[in-house]
Design a binder for this molecule. Structure first.
Ligand SMILES: NC(=O)c1ccc[n+]([C@@H]2O[C@H](COP(=O)([O-])OP(=O)(O)OC[C@H]3O[C@@H](n4cnc5c(N)ncnc54)[C@H](O)[C@@H]3O)[C@@H](O)[C@H]2O)c1
Length: 352
């Protein structure tokens, strides 16, 4: 059987994880790469043996032989490229966030329905082995009713600059870049309850802290210390119709002692932590038990999760599985993210 031809649009940092995962899937052929920066596209094409290189994604989408595409561009082009790809009859794996606004998200959803093609949102954390282990425990009732979740992703010095800190191209700072992951994974593990309201605060107190010396941090390729139009910290309380709540905080910069990532869920029978390390908390014979699943990676396994995500995507395009992160979920998460920005802007709670 001939291999499925896939293409990757956007050949920057994260595309390498997609490409590595595609390269180890025996059913696909990495066929085409596209980037506005031709040199970058060519480099990736050489590394992964892709036969075609483009700088205009529309030319790539015009090739009938392409079966599926990964979209790994800046956030401001996710909706436009997803819609064009779906309308061209391609299956789409779109990196998170799905797009920048709820209106765009609804347009993408419409394109999925009219094309009959698959769009998988790149909520990679859902595909981690640990998230799936926890999901199983939750589905089997080990936590009971989850009524509270709490998640943090705090960087003390971690504004990557470049397009990440240009609100036009990113849509926002740590909320849309980091919050999207931890909000999504909590919401998913809570059973995707319907959102009732969002109340949030945003700060622009510290800027990108480009004055800091002697401590390095990840910088985007086009880092420029003078450019920064995104928030540096945000916190939010998300209430759900079933009475549950989710408390979140995220930052690119903060006077914190150290970086922090945590994802915690609390139910009426038990609790769980996904980050920093997987752990399940229970109670038996009037005694509290902290249980540690014996797994290869206690924390988030970055590359393993990308492999799971890509393999699941390919299986879903072939009708063997259902995607774990359909467009509808991308739309709901966009509603939460946009409500966080709107609540902070208006200084009041947003009711859904
Ligand atoms: N799932 C994750 O954990 C994760 C991690 C990092 C980034 N991301 C997401 O991946 C996307 C890319 O992030 P990155 O870190 O790779 O950024 P990057 O800057 O390293 O790469 C983005 C590339 O996209 C190209 N590009 C932008 N617009 C384009 C267009 N219209 N057509 C063709 N190419 C275009 C740029 O030239 C650049 O080479 C973002 O949406 C980001 O949120 C996800």
């Amino acid at each position: 059987m001939s291999k499925l031809k896939i293409a990757v649009i956007g050949a920057g940092s994260i595309s390498d994880c997609h490409l590595q995962a595609y390269a180890s899937n025996p059913e696909v052929e990495i066929y085409a790469i596209c980037d506005l920066n031709e040199g970058r596209a060519q480099e990736m094409a050489k590394k992964y043996n892709a036969s075609k290189v483009f700088t205009d994604y529309k030319e790539l989408l015009a090739l009938p032989e392409i079966h599926s595409v990964s979209i790994c561009t800046w956030n401001n082009s996710h909706a436009e490229i997803s819609i064009a790809a779906l309308d061209a009859g391609k299956n789409v794996l779109c990196e998170k966030p799905l797009c920048q606004t709820v209106e765009e998200a609804l347009e993408v959803e419409k394109a999925v329905h009219r094309s009959g093609k698959l769009l998988q949102v790149g909520f990679v954390r859902r595909y981690s082995d640990n998230a799936q282990i926890l999901k199983k425990f939750i589905e089997e009732g080990e936590l009971g009713e989850i009524y509270y979740a709490k998640a943090s992703c705090l960087r003390r010095l971690g504004n990557p600059g470049g397009w990440f800190s240009d609100i036009e191209r990113s849509g926002g700072g740590p909320v849309i870049d980091l919050g999207v992951h931890i909000i999504d994974i909590c919401w998913y593990l809570m059973g995707k309850p319907k959102v009732k309201s969002v109340s949030a605060n945003l700060s622009h107190q510290l800027g990108n802290r480009s004055n800091i010396r002697n401590l390095s941090f990840y910088k985007a390729a086009d880092y420029d210390a003078k450019e920064n139009t995104v928030e540096d910290m945000a916190n939010a309380m998300i209430r759900f119709e079933n009475g549950a709540s989710l408390l979140v905080d995220v930052s690119f910069t903060l006077h914190a002692k150290q970086d922090e990532i945590s994802v915690k869920l609390y139910g009426d029978k038990g609790g769980a932590e996904l980050e920093p390390e997987i752990s399940i908390i229970g109670e038996k014979f009037d005694t509290i038990l902290n249980m540690t699943p014996q797994v290869d990676f206690k924390s988030f396994d970055f590359m393993g999760s990308f492999s799971n995500e890509i393999n699941h995507f390919i299986d879903s395009t072939l009708g063997r599985k259902e995607t774990l992160s359909p467009v509808e979920d991308g739309v709901e998460v966009m509603k939460i993210l946009c409500a966080i920005y709107e609540s902070a802007r208006q200084g009041r709670e947003i009711q859904f």
